[in-house]
Ligand binder design. Structure first.
Ligand code: KG4
Ligand code: ZN
Length: 354
């Protein structure tokens, strides 16, 4: 019988609970998305998010246990994200975990959300081994989400060095803002990806790449501004309010949106791929690990896999975006190292990694 860990994740706008055995066997993974609540605002509204976590927590917990076939009293360890993230959102998940750990008399493990994204790569698919086990350390990790774009050198379990980060917008934030400029929905990443797929014979000039020479840091605000200017020049921004436009105008607008989305995606993806490979080379990494919502992007996944000579480990898209299973996987390795938390553990909205 393996060690069964219940993982709770509520750092942003997903109420997520997963059950994982021995840090790698996924028994269940339930994600209650709040996308519909936030999408009219074009972004996550923290107050709305924290209230909805309270409503969704108990049903998500019940379903995750039912799906896993593990009874509550048979859970060995309770884990939750305690940072970084939105304070009001983190509180719901962490307090739920504390209440469960206390009432069951089981250990509590607090998990760093970014470390959780890395450990999504330890979740095995079916009966296979943990994919991230095979290359060995050090691993070059790119964590790209709505709040972070970090290059993290993982020298061993629990040993991290932050070697690159964004100096302004996170990659996911840039995708979300770009989608808003182009009149696409929220969250922007999947919308930009979808719009790009329809872009053929692109005649527009490419958008700039912020290479930021001699550093592994990123900057994504310039490409977003360049996109805005191009959308203005093409008459796409601000969006047309009168709906008397002719079908041929609408067709032209849709084509341009696709082309601009594709150019934006290309710019962000190319910089992330080149910098991740550069980091791997500089630090003699044995493999590359991707995690975070942005790494669900099909263009990024294809490009980095094509360009790398090292093994590239990317979780399936559902495990790239926020989920509870990754928190449970990460907690397993912490627990094995003897890292447990007391019930006085507090949230840390700005918790760093490495
Ligand atoms: O990791 P995540 O689910 O939550 C945070 O920790 O922030 O990441 C969410 C971000 C959003 O900005 C979303 O637009 C982006 O991930 N994202 C994508 C894709 N799917 C989600 N970005 C690009 N392409 C995608 N397919
Ligand atoms: Zn995340």
């Amino acid at each position: 019988m393996g060690l069964k860990i219940l993982g709770i994740e509520t750092s942003c706008d997903e109420t997520a609970v997963g059950v994982v055995e021995d840090g790698c066997r996924l028994l269940s993974n339930v994600v209650s998305s709040q996308v519909e609540l936030h999408s009219p605002h074009g972004g996550v509204v923290p107050e709305v998010a924290s209230r909805q976590h309270i409503r969704d927590m108990a049903p998500a917990l019940e379903r995750a246990l039912a799906d896993s076939g593990v009874a509550l009293q048979d859970v060995d360890v309770v884990a939750a994200t305690y940072g970084p993230g939105l304070a009001g959102s983190l509180l719901t998940g962490l307090n739920t975990a504390k209440a469960l750990a206390f009432s069951l008399g089981k250990p509590l493990v607090g998990v760093n959300h970014l470390e959780g994204h890395i450990y999504a790569s330890w979740l095995a698919r079916g009966d296979t081994e943990s994919p991230a086990d095979s290359p060995g350390f050090p691993l070059a990790c790119l964590v790209a989400s709505g709040g972070h774009t970090d290059l993290i050198l993982m020298e061993g379990h629990g040993i991290y060095r932050l070697v690159g980060r964004t100096r302004d917008d996170a990659a996911g934030e840039a995708f979300d803002k770009a989608a808003r400029i182009l009149g696409l929905g929220f969250p922007g990443g999947p919308e930009i990806q979808k719009a790009s797929e329809n872009a053929q014979d692109n005649d527009l000039p490419p958008l700039p790449r912020a290479w930021m020479r001699d550093t592994l840091d990123f900057s994504f605000s310039g490409v977003k501004t360049a996109l805005l200017h191009m959308a203005q020049n093409q008459g796409l921004y601000p969006p047309e309010v009168d709906d008397s436009s002719r079908p041929e105008d609408e067709e032209r607008a849709a084509r341009l949106v696709g082309e601009l989305a594709a150019n934006f995606q290309e710019s962000v993806v190319e910089v992330m791929v080149v910098k991740t490979l550069e980091m791997a080379k500089r630090y003699n990494a044995k493999g590359i690990v991707l995690g975070g919502g942005v790494t669900a992007n099909s263009r990024l996944r294809a490009e980095i896999t094509r360009a790398s000579n090292l093994p590239v480990i990317i979780p399936p898209p559902v495990l790239c975006t926020d989920n509870g299973a990754m928190i449970a996987a990460c907690a397993y390795f912490q627990y094995e190292r003897g890292e447990e938390n007391g019930l006085d553990l507090d949230i840390d909205p700005a918790l760093p990694l490495g």
